[in-house]
Write a protein that binds this ligand. Structure first.
Ligand code: G4P
Length: 535
């Protein structure tokens, strides 16, 4: 049986933005207008923690809330839409990169006053690398913001791809009159307030310019002029180009006022892609067998892109978030972790219905299911029904940019520390390196906050009180060689610099950027990798 009809009606996307651009607000409105939630405010709980910076209690809160709200499913116009949230704080950017591997498109929210901000820039880079199609929403048009042409220009430069306006604003701030839908040639008239539903706004056809001019005066003339400039300068919308990550459709609006949101929801259905094929590279007799796995294939398969410890410290269970790549999940089916060949026996399997977790009845490619387990599953693992040999790659681990040495305060807690570090390493909360020559474990991170979270969690969940000491290391490179002899020679030359990460992959620790260069010059046949893909 083929699952084509089910996979074609699925849309899985990530919502990305710089903090404060309006991501939470827009998420909530999308859920509201698709009927997934009845009253606004339920996503807002996150707001309270939004400004969490270095306080670990806040981090904990955020972590708890994010279990519930990092994946949300809604049904709109007979389409199943999976929305994946991305952590706002830059120190958790690694998590975000991984979330982006689990989606088929991204919705980028930009504050019209601030344009493209630093966090957005980093996210864009990742989308660009993967050619992820991006839909752009320019938010807060009810405020005094920048000229729309100016914003488009900036988005274009930052994205490195043309913007294709799908709607166009008339005025802004106090004189914000509404948006023109370029396809339908109808203007939707803005009114502020969060009570109004999208269909309650006045609509005026462009075919009656006298009425529009009479109502909006000079704003109307200015808008027409800039709209002509914008459409003249940009290419026509080309779905193929959008799907290839080569142009972005742009929408204007005001999330908090429910304005321009429906257009985005419709774009997700009409423009965003359904799940596509994924590449599997399964090793047989040391040779990779490459296979394109189609979403509608019979066999169930998926990838763990996120592992989250349960909030209840007394239960050591964890939720493995799996993005389904092919087939159908149904309750009670056998599951196999391809890395170990072992069966996965989850205690529960849930889907994420905006805030509620529900037992999964069926799920298809594009959907996210959460397997609650007591272990045996790691970030990046491929899960199948056991009927096929598949191994998905592509979940990135970035070489840490900062290191700390772990010193256990009470040596009797060594076992707990090891267990804690192993589990937190598997979750991807931090990278754990074990020096080959022995000695204290090293923690590697991309953002400083990761250390604080791990220190706090080790104490709270594993009763292992640690001190973190400065380390001489400032970077790491995973190393490989074409022959075992070459690798051995290299390891011999730098025994103190060798360490293994949580996946037992060999890494070379460096103390300066020159380090790698020198080592590379000395051993030209060794490959130094700044990125490890889970295999
Ligand atoms: P984030 O998730 O991207 O961090 O942003 P969030 O939605 O929390 O929005 C950040 C702030 O911007 C909030 O204000 C929110 O109300 C406001 N906002 C969102 N969309 C719009 C919009 O279209 N127009 C205007 N004028 N403001 C918008 P806050 O003061 O931080 O919170 P609140 O107390 O108003 O909820």
């Amino acid at each position: 049986m083929s699952y084509t009809a089910e996979t074609r009606r699925r849309r899985t996307f990530a919502i990305i933005s710089h903090p404060d651009a309006g991501k939470t607000t827009l998420t909530e409105k999308l859920l509201l207008f698709s009927g997934a939630i009845q009253i606004a405010g339920s996503v807002k709980a996150r707001k309270a923690t939004r400004h969490a910076t270095s306080d670990w209690m806040e981090i904990e809160k955020q972590r708890g809330i994010s279990v519930a709200s990092s994946v949300m499913q809604m049904v709109y116009r007979d389409h199943v839409i999976n929305l994946l949230d991305t952590p706002g704080h830059k120190d958790f950017s690694e998590d975000t990169y991984r979330v982006l591997t689990a989606v088929d498109s991204a919705l980028m929210v930009i504050d019209a006053a601030n344009g493209v901000e630093s966090q957005t820039r980093r996210l864009i880079e990742v989308c660009r690398q993967r050619d992820t199609p991006i839909i752009t929403f320019i938010n807060k048009m009810d405020r005094e913001v920048r000229d729309p042409l100016d914003i488009l220009d900036e988005v274009e430069r930052e994205l490195g791809m043309p913007c294709v306006p799908m709607t166009w604003p008339v005025g802004q701030g106090k004189t914000f009159g509404g948006i023109i839908n370029l396809r339908t040639q109808v203007m939707t008239v803005f009114e502020s307030g969060s009570e109004r539903l999208p269909h309650d706004f006045d609509a005026m056809p462009l075919s009656d310019p006298a009425a529009l001019k009479a109502r909006f005066g000079s704003e109307w003339d200015t808008a027409l002029e800039s709209m002509e400039l914008a459409t003249g300068a940009s290419p026509a919308f080309d779905r193929e180009a959008f799907l290839a990550g080569k142009q972005t459709p742009v929408f204007f609006g005001s999330g908090v006022n429910n304005f321009g949101v429906m257009e985005v929801l419709d774009a997700l259905v009409d423009l965003a892609p359904s799940p596509g094929p994924r590449t599997s590279s399964f090793i047989v007799n040391k040779q990779p067998v490459i296979k394109q796995v189609q979403p509608e294939d019979d066999a169930f398969s998926g990838v763990v892109f996120k592992v989250q410890a349960n909030m209840d410290a007394n239960h050591r269970d964890r939720i493995a978030f799996v993005r389904i790549a092919s087939g159908k999940y149904s309750p009670g089916m056998k599951l196999k972790v391809m890395r170990t060949g072992k069966e996965l026996r989850p205690t529960s399997v849930v889907t994420f219905m905006s805030q509620r977790r529900e037992a999964v009845e069926e799920a298809y490619a594009g959907d996210i299911v959460g397997f609650t387990t007591h272990g045996g599953v790691q970030l990046g693992d491929t899960i199948t029904d056991g009927s096929v040999n598949l191994l998905f790659t592509g979940l990135p681990f970035f070489a840490p940019e900062m290191f700390m040495t772990v010193v256990l305060k009470n040596p009797l807690r060594t076992k707990q520390l090891q267990q804690g570090l192993a589990q937190l390493g598997e979750e991807g909360a931090i990278q754990v390196f074990r020096p080959e020559m022995g000695g204290n474990m090293l923690l590697g991170a991309i953002g400083q906050l990761q250390f604080e979270v791990v220190q706090h969690r080790l104490k709270g969940e594993y009763d292992a009180d640690i001190r973190l000491e400065a380390s001489q290391y400032t970077g790491a490179r995973w190393i490989t060689a074409d022959s075992p002899a070459e690798l051995k020679e290299f390891v011999h030359a730098y025994p103190q610099r060798m360490a293994r990460d949580a996946a037992d992959t060999l890494a070379y620790l460096c103390t300066s950027p020159y380090d790698v260069r020198l080592a590379q010059e000395r051993f030209p046949k060794i490959h130094f990798h700044p990125l490890r893909e889970h295999a």
